[in-house]
Design a protein around this ligand. Structure first.
Ligand code: PLP
Length: 826
């Protein structure tokens, strides 16, 4: 790891150092932008990044508490002066500072550096090159760290031992590539392709292409696929890169710099070519166009860089699909499994340990790491495993299981409690799943170790129908809604009804980390469940019931007081327990005609009672809009808001302390942000549905299953109960293990429901049964075991709802508890 003193960093980034004590001589080795991935608090510097949507300065007090002492900030707050032994580097823009530091670090190295950009395939090409060149000391960006933030963090990992570095660069706006160019300064470029991805902010593909090419300004060689006409035409102009430096390969054009002849063999492809007078043949295990394109880039790179020895050529045959995400699953005996077994190098180990830390909180009792040999050339095994041992120790791992001959050889470096196996097979022979109990288990291994086999032993067995929750998409949605309101406006997130079907503790924990201000549940039991899972945020109970008042007080749950009766009876319970200043929330009915105080008289009476008591303090006053998503109701919505202002001010004016006012739900935030008052209540938008059709709100839950059986039926035969599904022609029918008891609505029967399978849309045939349903897959070439999406990115929940005359809320919350939730996070 690079080490620099705090004052050196300050001068590289052009900051002003505010230091307490002599911290400025201290050396730092890690940089961080995310408090979850800080391992070595004493020698890390935290960059408080600010985006339109989030602000790293918020995390500083927590980090000081954790032992972090060095910060790069753009706002130097008075409170920082009281942080003893801390140094603050004050700059105008913390992201720019991070980029400057990385660019400076890059300038210290003379090795070949590959820059990869393009619309699709960047991460796969990078991972495949890394696998192919596995015997060399190659650094690559971890996961898909390719953004304005990810690239500097990747480049920071450069060390003198590396012979080659591969970084990917992704952009979504014009002007961004110039920054990434300064940081990466690639000597070799790969342009994967130009397609639809991230098109929103560009006028045309041409404009996006021109921007992307800026990465390659200083390259000695630019590899691209000549079969892409737009790309070829632009590069041929020779504007960005002189003609002699562009290297176009092709499957079609024999006159290309490199012509690849392909021949399908079995399930794969044989690719043959000739380069600099030498013939090469590679065997490649996939036939789809995208994989072939990625393989073409890898091959062109390896040939032009003279790295194509027999061992490398042979490895093409063993390339595997790249999974880019960590998977979080329920394990046996109340364990939690974190699967990250597609690569293993020290940088990605560090990231994975960060996730482990973040998840291994109450109720989990221990942290277990199952780790294979690490793929890291360039440093000695002894150094490598000492570093691994140090990371595990910093991370307070309770138990290490090392798998592989190399890690086993260094067993002495690790804690005594560690156990070692020579192979995955040997581990599987001896493992008893019952030896794991209520632990958080990280499975981190190189692909060759096939840790998916361990995962399938340790994972809780459930049927194949699952609801996948994309936590990154959820955070993206949270940040999108935050971007619509002022930074100081509070956010209450509605996590009622199992967070609209997506889960309780997992979701709340992420929201807590991302500093939402309040959670709201429907009933006390939901709030208690959150408290028992260790959630500390304030929680409002929307429908408090009298019998649960004592529980609510015990678990610090704050009631919605919506009538005089509730006020009186809650007050009585507080008095019995001698509780004072208990936070409550007051609901005003402005036209929904559900719960709430609905007249000047009732509010006056309430206020007269409020001012003479001290059992309660009013935290907030709120109301709910009945039709915020529909323009036809705009006049009514305005009248509701006006009424709210009138009635709420009667309360806020009479009480001398601060009371938050709030009326906007998700659609309200999107359509009437000017009425955000001091807080908003976010619900369905967080979970991926914009009732206003806003494209920036991304689907975050995916209901999927896999095909149990396929059969052929003849024209005229029928499918399912009531013989409702009649085959018009000879057909192929696939059976899916999901039915209305799983929440797959029976109104989707008989062609109404659509599913996504093998890249195509298929329809439900016949009536949906309790635990199963059938789809018509005639001509779609599907197989038993193939994955089927019933709801998600391709089958939008809003479309589904519309076809059966309901709303997305009903579909999301209707997915039954027997469908297991799996959480994905990048
Ligand atoms: C559920 C609920 C919300 C959230 O509504 P969305 O339309 O999902 O954003 C807000 N306020 C109250 C009182 C609710 O019950």
């Amino acid at each position: 790891m690079p080490t620099l003193s705090v004052s050196q960093i300050s001068s590289v980034v052009g900051g002003k150092l505010q230091s307490d004590g002599n911290g400025s001589d201290s050396f730092i080795s890690s940089i961080s932008i995310d408090s979850r991935t800080i391992f070595d608090p004493a020698s890390s510097v935290f960059f408080a990044l600010k985006s339109e949507r989030n602000d790293g300065h918020r995390y500083i007090p927590d980090l000081v508490h954790l032992g972090v002492r060095f910060f790069v900030v753009s706002d130097y707050l008075d409170e920082y002066q009281s942080c003893t032994n801390c140094s603050f580097i004050v700059v105008a823009d913390t992201l720019k500072a991070l980029q400057k530091l990385a660019a400076w670090h890059r300038s210290q190295f003379q090795i070949p550096v590959v820059g990869i950009t393009g619309s699709n395939g960047k991460t796969i090409v990078k991972e495949w090159l890394f696998d192919l060149l596995h015997d060399r000391a190659v650094l690559r960006s971890p996961k898909s760290y390719n953004s304005q933030v990810g690239v500097p963090l990747s480049v920071w990992n450069l060390r003198p031992d590396y012979e080659l570095a591969i970084f990917e660069a992704g952009i979504s706006n014009s002007g961004e590539m110039e920054n990434l160019f300064e940081i990466i300064r690639p000597t070799i470029g790969i342009l994967t392709n130009i397609g639809e991805a991230h098109q929103e902010n560009f006028k045309s593909h041409q404009e996006k292409l021109e921007e992307k090419l800026l990465l390659f300004k200083s390259c000695e060689t630019l590899i691209y696929c000549k079969d892409q006409p737009l790309v070829h035409a632009e590069i041929s102009k020779g504007i960005v890169i002189p003609e002699g430096k562009a290297f176009g390969w092709s499957f079609d054009d024999e006159a290309a710099n490199l012509y690849l002849r392909k021949n399908e063999v079995g399930a794969g492809v044989e690719i043959s070519t000739e380069f600099e007078g030498k013939k090469y043949t590679i065997e490649f295990p996939f036939q789809d166009a995208a994989s072939l394109e990625n393989a073409g880039h890898c091959l062109a790179f390896i040939l032009t860089q003279h790295l194509a020895d027999d061992a490398v050529i042979e490895k093409f045959h063993r390339l595997q699909p790249v999974a880019m995400r960590l998977e979080i699953k329920e394990g046996v005996n109340s364990c939690l499994l974190i699967n990250d077994y597609y690569n293993s190098d020290i940088n990605s180990l560090q990231i994975a340990l960060g996730f482990l830390n973040n998840h291994a909180q109450h109720p989990y009792l221990g942290k277990t790491v199952i780790l294979s040999d690490i793929q890291q050339a360039g440093i000695s095994d002894e150094q490598l495993y000492s570093e691994v041992a140090r990371l595990l120790q910093l991370n307070k791992t309770s138990h290490l299981i090392g798998i592989g001959l190399r890690i086993r050889k260094y067993a002495d470096l690790f804690e005594k409690s560690s156990t070692f196996f020579e192979s995955t097979d040997q581990f599987l022979e001896s493992v008893q799943p019952d030896q794991f109990r209520q632990e958080c288990i990280l499975l981190k291994g190189a692909r060759d170790f096939h840790f998916e086999r361990i995962s399938s032993v340790l994972q809780k067995k459930y049927h194949q129908t699952v609801l996948e929750i994309d936590l990154n998409a959820m955070i993206g949605n949270l940040n999108f809604f935050r971007s619509l309101i002022r930074p100081e406006t509070r956010v209450m997130v509605m996590v009622k009804a199992f967070s609209y079907g997506s889960g309780m503790a997992e979701i709340a924990r992420i929201l807590q980390f991302h500093k939402v201000d309040y959670l709201a549940v429907a009933v006390a039991d939901e709030g208690i469940e959150l408290r028992q899972a260790g959630i500390d945020l304030p929680i409002v109970v929307m429908n408090p019931e009298e019998h649960s008042f004592e529980n609510m007080i015990e678990f610090r749950l704050e009631p919605n007081i919506y009538s005089e009766d509730i006020f009186d009876s809650f007050r009585k319970v507080l008095q019995q327990h001698a509780v004072v200043r208990y936070p409550i929330h007051l609901k005003i009915d402005t036209g929904m005609h559900r719960l709430g105080f609905d007249s000047v008289e009732k509010v006056e009476k309430l206020v007269s009672k409020l001012i003479v008591q001290d059992e309660m303090v009013v935290r907030s006053v709120f109301s709910h809009l009945a039709g915020a998503d529909e323009a036809v109701h705009d006049e009514f919505t305005s009248s509701q808001i006006q009424r709210f202002q009138e009635l709420s001010s009667m309360i806020t004016e009479k009480l001398s302390y601060q009371i938050f006012r709030h009326i906007l739900n998700s659609a309200g935030i999107e359509r009437f942000p000017e009425f955000q008052f001091e807080m908003v209540r976010l619900g369905i938008g967080l979970y991926g549905v914009s009732l206003c059709g806003n494209q920036q709100v991304k689907s975050m839950s995916r209901l999927k299953t896999s095909i149990s059986q396929i059969r052929k039926i003849e024209a005229g035969q029928t499918v399912g109960y009531g013989r409702k599904g009649v085959a018009r022609e000879d057909s192929e029918i696939a059976v899916l293990p999901i039915g209305y008891a799983d929440g797959y609505d029976r109104r989707l029967s008989n062609g109404v429901g659509k599913v996504f399978v093998n890249g195509r849309i298929a329809s439900v045939i016949g009536n949906i049964c309790m635990d199963m349903c059938m789809i018509d897959v005639t001509g779609l070439q599907v197989a038993v075991g193939d994955e089927v999406e019933l709801m998600g990115e391709h089958i939008l929940v809003s479309d589904m709802a519309e076809t059966i005359g309901t709303i997305p809320y009903e579909i999301l919350t209707g997915i039954s508890q027997r469908v297991k939730r799996i959480y994905l996070q990048e």
